[in-house]
Every structure is written in C-alpha cells, then in structure tokens.
Design a protein. Sequence first.
Length: 425
Amino acid sequence: MLVQIASYNTNLQGENGVPQDLVDWLSPTFQVSTFLSHQTPADIVAVGFQELLPLHLGLSGLSKKVIDNRNAHILAQIEANALNKERYALIAKIVNGGVALLVYARDAGVAHTACDVQTAWTGCGPAYMGNKGAVGVRFRIPGEDGGVGETFTFVCAHLTAHAPKLKNRIADWHHIVGSLLFPSPAGEPTTLYATSHLFLLGDLNFRVVLPPEHPLKKAPSSVVGQALSHESEREGLKEYDQLLQTRRDPASGLFVGLHEGEFWRFKCSYKYAIGQVDKYSEKRTPSWTDRVLYATYTDLPDTPDVSAITNLLYTSIPGYTTSDHKPIVSLLLLPPPAPSPAATAPPTLRLRAGYAPTPDPHATRKRYTGRVLDRAIGRVWWLFALLGAGNAVVGIFNFVLGLGAWGWWRSSGGGIKLGGTAVEV
C-alpha cells in the first residue's frame, strides 16, 4: 500500500493559500509511485495545513468555506494528476484553529473498505487554545482474508514556534499524546499510539541552532542559501537540528517509536523571503520545521533506526512563494499486511519498555476550555478586524474613537444647538 503525505504552512492566507495549479506539489509523488511501485497509484493521500486562514477567523470557527474550497481544489488536482485518472474520495476532514487535515483514498480500493472513521482535535496554545495544536483522523481497513485488518492514524500538528522554546515543543507533544484521543470499540479513549500505522505531519517548528563559532551563524541569507544548495553541507547542518538532537535523548519522550526519512536531502523549508523561490529571510536561521514521521506495528522497539516502511520520496517544493514555508511531500510504501482471520483486534504499535502513553483524564475539560476561549477571543478580534476593514489594530482605534464620540455626544445632551435651540439628532 502506498501512502502519500503532503504538508504546508500557508501563512494565514485562507483561500489564497495555495496556487490554482497544485501539480508541482502533488504530481511528483504520483510520478515516483509509477516508477517504483509497478504502476500502482497512491492508495491514501493525506494533506495537512497549518495557519490555514487568518487567526481571528480560525479561532472563531469560521473555516468551513476555506476548507470546503480547499477540499474541492485538492481532490480535483489529485484526480487530474493520478495515474490512469483514478478517482479518489474524501475519507475525513478536520479543522481546529488553523490546523487542518484532509485524508483521501482511491475509489477502487481503500475508499470502499475503510470503516470506523474517527476524527479528533486538541489545542496546545495558551490555556489550550487552538492557535497551536493537532488534529487527527483514524480509520480501519478490514483484511482481504475477512479478518479485522489494520488501523491507520494520521496526525497533523503545529507546535510552538521560536528556537529557544524547545521545552515548549516537547511539552506540546506530550499534551497531544494525552489529549488527542480516539474512542476504542469499547468506548474507552485511546491515544494516537493505539493504531497499526501512525503518520505525523506538520509544522513541528524544531529549529537549527548553530553554535557561535559556526561559519553560517551570522552569514547573510545569500551565503546561507548557497551553502544549503550542497547536500554535504546540509548533512553537516542536520546535527544542529533540535528534533534530531532531542530524539537521541530517550528521557525526552519525543516522538517515541516514530521514524523519519533523510530530511537533509532537501533544503530547509523555512524561513523564506515571501515571493522568492530560493532566498531565505534574514530574520531566522533556515530550519527544517516541516516534517513527516511514521511508524508501523512490525517496527521493533530495539531497532529505532530501522522501519518496515520504505520512504520512497521525501522533499520540499521550492516553487511556492506566497508563504515563508515551502510545502513538503513524502511517499511511503507500507509492508504487506499480516494475515489476521482469527484476530479480534487490529495490531498496534510496539513501543519501547517503560513508555506507556495514557489518556489525560482531564483531556475533555482542557480541550473545551481552549475551545471556549478560541470562540470568545476570536469573535471579538473578528469584530475589531471588521471595524478596521481587515485590520484589527485600526478596528480598535475606530472602536475607541467611536466610544469617545458617543461619550461626547451624550455629555452634550444628545443634540446640537442651532441658534440657541437644541435640535435632537
């Protein structure tokens, strides 16, 4: 089975977040699948977005129009670029704040057999708000032998930004593990690890932190861009990647059991100068903030560097210039499913000894605390933006000015004197 993963931080652009033609983003994986998998197209396509739309609209829950348009656009592009024009169907879509995930499957296969579809969301911003967080989709594919089959879980995440906030990102992940919950057949909540296959995608925001003596530490973006054009330079730079460094420490508990392809084979996906194909911003050290990780139940916990999933393609798409991120894409070949005619439950991931993720008993309270704050703050913010013709700061100024004018009008008796006579207005 082939699984295509695509992720893009669209920089709060809403309906303008992706070009009309998505061929550069979606077509490479179909071409590679044609070459490497005996003319078989992708069986499952998962597309994730971060900063899907302006934050005040996302927090207000006003994402339906954007996500519906995005769904129609992507589905048309997938089918236009698929081998032999196969048709695809939407399995599920889920949005929280600015984080969105859409999962599609090929009509001739998975789309007709997928069942037990579930979605989940959680926020990990201040007070569990949805400016940062994760969304997930889970479903089961029964075995061809009539058995219970396997479960697939896709998680799209957007973690805390900025290089010094590494501990916040680690805490975000632990919060997501405890609060992004899916019900079991018995109705009990389960974590994202209770699955046969797990795929994590998104803007995870881990940065490259160079030591003071590194020659690229304070180099201009033109020099950095030229250096990153060479894979040998990128391979050396990967040693300063926070995600890679942190995962080497078992005590961090970060992304336990998950694997990743050789991300240094493509250029850092962030931070680019908007409108530029290959020019990094002077404001940040270039980093691989956008990532795809994965695991399958046949992976062994004592060989963390080896996965039964084959990473056929893992790259960024430089031609997209409307965001300070570049979209990334990966194509993953899964191992054949094991026979399961007598199994009563799908197989689940095998994790290292001592690591047993459990649901947070307060997960529901935390999620809905964040949701209430999202709606309250988002709609006040939306009102100010409306008063300011799209600019909340101008809207606040107009609001204060209006209050002042109203107060003056009230203090003047609610009227205007003309020739000594008060005229009501």
